[in-house]
Design a protein around this ligand. Structure first.
Ligand SMILES: Cc1cc2nc3c(=O)[nH]c(=O)nc-3n(C[C@H](O)[C@H](O)[C@H](O)COP(=O)(O)OP(=O)(O)OC[C@H]3O[C@@H](n4cnc5c(N)ncnc54)[C@H](O)[C@@H]3O)c2cc1C
Length: 355
């Protein structure tokens, strides 16, 4: 998004991407873009028509079950303005909007060395000099350590990502309804989420020590399915089907940077997205914030205000992210508590009252 906007302003950005090609790895579940951040960015980038064509406003429903399989909340309101889009579709829209050759695939940045005129990026067998470097390189950013000592901390919860197909999993299809299904019990949760092209993405989440999460990452899909079946033993059979029939895609321990993470501004070097404000997905804001950051940073980098404008961007971004990060921490602690489903039900009800 930042590269697209800079090109619209007549600048010449280069994107270094460690993936060797666009389809190297699955990009993850469906996202809902919010009107004031994600959708706003798509409009600023002139990509709102492509977004409207690829997004799914019909998939915004929410269902909540307790561990016994009692349906406590079921909402499917077509007036909501948070259309879903598959990550791959969103990424393709952004990639196709760039001038050819903007993305250097298979170029992992391994080092950033300050120089007289800016910074030298160092990769395997290449170096290149830039006047401005933006760390848009996610949770384990290579750029962040040049600005801040902050490190992501484990949030105590791990999600196992699961894949389903509507055709092969009719019961999961019925359970998921028109958007997202959440089932919450004692310190654990199951989520299924409708994606495009007949796919459904699932997550089985548990509180887990970090060392155990690392062991899970090294386990086979069969071993993982067994530990998940043990973790969700006693849940309603229709919910247990999520862990019994899903294809294991990966293990995702959740990490977050300190809420309100900031750094002393340094000319020529800044951050956006998860590199600046990693948080758990329980506010549903991460991608939306990253897109909004890109709009603000593109404006700052192309204004007449010099680096002062970027410093202002850093403050605005940090404030906006802090609010979302508080929501994410509350959301995670509400979903994984010994009070079971009640905090989540209250959150859903409060959201309706606010609408
Ligand atoms: C399970 C889960 C569910 C989520 N659900 C949602 C949701 O519903 N809604 C939402 O808004 N957010 C959600 N998020 C959060 C969202 O995924 C992130 O906030 C978002 O992807 C951040 O975007 P980013 O561009 O900052 O970082 P990333 O998406 O991590 O992208 C960073 C890119 O940099 C590349 N890279 C990294 N290091 C290097 C390097 N050294 N050299 C070159 N390239 C490098 C990576 O390959 C990657 O392409 C979820 C997160 C998780 C884990």
């Amino acid at each position: 998004m930042l590269a697209r906007l800079l090109q619209r302003y007549g600048r010449s950005p280069v994107v270094f991407e460690r993936d060797t090609h666009v389809d190297e790895r699955p990009q993850g579940g469906s996202l809902d873009l919010h009107s004031q951040t994600g959708q706003y960015a798509m409009r600023q980038a002139g990509l709102e028509i492509a977004f409207a064509a690829a997004s799914r406003p019909e998939d915004q429903g929410d269902r909540l079950y307790d561990a016994d399989g009692t349906l406590l909340f079921d909402r499917d309101d077509p007036t909501d303005d948070r259309p879903e889009i598959d990550r791959t579709a969103l990424r393709n829209i952004l990639l196709e909007a760039l001038l050819p050759g903007t993305v250097r695939w298979g170029c992992r940045v391994a080092g950033i060395i300050p120089s007289a005129d800016g910074f030298v990026l160092v990769g395997e067998g290449w170096t290149e000099q830039f006047d401005v470097v933006v760390g848009a390189d996610g949770a384990w950013s290579q750029v962040r350590p040049l600005l801040s000592d902050a490190k992501p901390a484990y949030e105590g919860v791990t999600l196992v990502e699961l894949g389903f197909d509507v055709a092969r999993h009719p019961a999961i299809n019925r359970l998921t309804g028109s958007g997202k299904m959440f089932a919450v019990g004692d310190n654990r949760a199951l989520i299924t989420q409708r994606n495009g092209l007949g796919h459904i993405r699932g997550y089985a989440g548990v509180r887990l020590a970090e060392a155990t999460a690392k062991e899970w990452r090294a386990s086979s899909p069969e071993q993982l399915q067994q530990v998940l079946q043990d973790a969700f033993a006693g849940w309603a059979p229709m919910l247990r089907e999520v862990v019994e029939t899903g294809d294991v895609i990966g293990v995702r321990p959740l990490y977050a940077l300190p809420i309100g993470h900031q750094w002393k501004s340094r000319v020529g070097l800044t951050l956006l997205g998860d590199a600046a404000h990693l948080m758990s997905p329980f506010s549903g804001e991460g991608v939306n914030l990253a897109l909004a950051d890109a709009v603000d940073l593109a404006g700052a980098l192309t204004s007449d205000g010099g680096w002062t404008s970027v410093t202002r961007y850093e403050r605005t971004m940090s404030r906006r992210a802090a609010k979302a990060a508080e929501g994410a921490a509350q959301g995670l602690n509400g979903a994984f508590s010994s009070e079971g489903v009640m905090p989540v039900l209250e959150h859903y009800r409060a959201r309706i009252r606010r609408v």
